[in-house]
Design a protein around this ligand. Structure first.
Ligand SMILES: C[S@@+](CC[C@H](N)C(=O)[O-])C[C@H]1O[C@@H](n2cnc3c(N)ncnc32)[C@H](O)[C@@H]1O
Length: 246
């Protein structure tokens, strides 16, 4: 997958390519992340990218011409891309949106600053994505969040089994995890995890997932598609509850 990010702070964004799983995916050629400095698409000496808003009021607005030049350059060098504007007004990023975006061959993410971009730049934009109902000072952090969330669904970037067990996949939260040592500060790893009984471990993990989801996110629990293992886990959970109540 090829991802382009256009920003006035390329140094801020470039670290997304330099750490962990994303860096590995870039090295293995699964991801190509190009970062473009919007100021390279200005024509004046001071590389100005903002101007006063028509109609007055506070703040500045990102000028349209650098974006128009950028998209002309991009289309003639890289071809068609799905263009995403980072915006608090966009549809909210979640697992489903990230999966959908991971199916695109090429995306370009536009980072806004100031009061936002001149509305006429919207002619290049296919989608607006928000990372939550709050306003940030710029689109660079949202762009990095989008790249990270989307990359995990690009085949080969993260083990498929791991993605499927993570929170939100199939509307469940992940189960608790433990590693060595077996005991710390009087707290032990649950016996079942060292039993070697894979069926029992799977059932325990599903029970914990269901419990966590019910308690922390009843909204997504209601959307979960219950399978045979869920039914078994729920029956076992109810039995435990009844036993504890006695
Ligand atoms: C200060 S904000 C502009 C907010 C805009 N005046 C509004 O109220 O809708 C500057 C830029 O940060 C980015 N941004 C801010 N909050 C965001 C969010 N929650 N999700 C995605 N991008 C956001 C956008 O690119 C936006 O153009």
């Amino acid at each position: 997958m090829r991802i382009g990010i256009v920003t006035i702070f390329p140094d801020f964004v470039k670290v997304i390519r330099e750490y962990g799983v994303i860096a590995q995916a870039v090295e293995n050629g699964l991801l190509h992340i190009d970062i473009f400095n919007l100021r390279d698409f200005t024509t004046d000496k001071h590389k100005v990218v903002d101007d006063y808003p028509y109609g007055g009021g506070p703040g500045m607005v990102m000028k349209p011409e650098p974006f128009f030049r950028f998209f002309e350059f991009f289309q003639s060098n890289y071809g068609k891309a799905y263009v995403i504007l980072t915006s608090p007004q966009g549809r909210r990023l979640d697992n489903k949106v990230a999966m959908e975006l991971a199916n695109k061959e090429q995306i370009v993410i536009v980072c806004g600053r100031y009061e936002g971009i001149d509305e006429r730049v919207m002619k290049f934009v296919d989608d607006e994505i928000s990372i939550g109902d709050y306003v940030l000072t710029g689109g660079e952090l949202p762009a990095m969040v989008i790249v990270d969330a989307v990359s995990r669904f690009v085949p080969g970037v993260v083990e498929e089994e791991s993605v499927k067990n993570d929170s939100f996949y199939n509307n469940l939260l992940d189960h608790p995890h433990y590693t060595r040592p077996r005991e710390i500060d009087g707290m032990s790893v649950p016996e079942v995890l060292i039993s070697g009984n894979h069926e029992e471990i799977e059932l325990w993990r599903r029970k914990e997932s269901l419990k966590k989801t019910m308690l922390k996110r009843p909204d997504i629990f209601m959307k979960h598609d219950f399978d045979e293992l869920d039914k078994k886990a729920l029956i076992s959970l109810f039995r435990e509850l009844i036993r504890d109540a006695r």
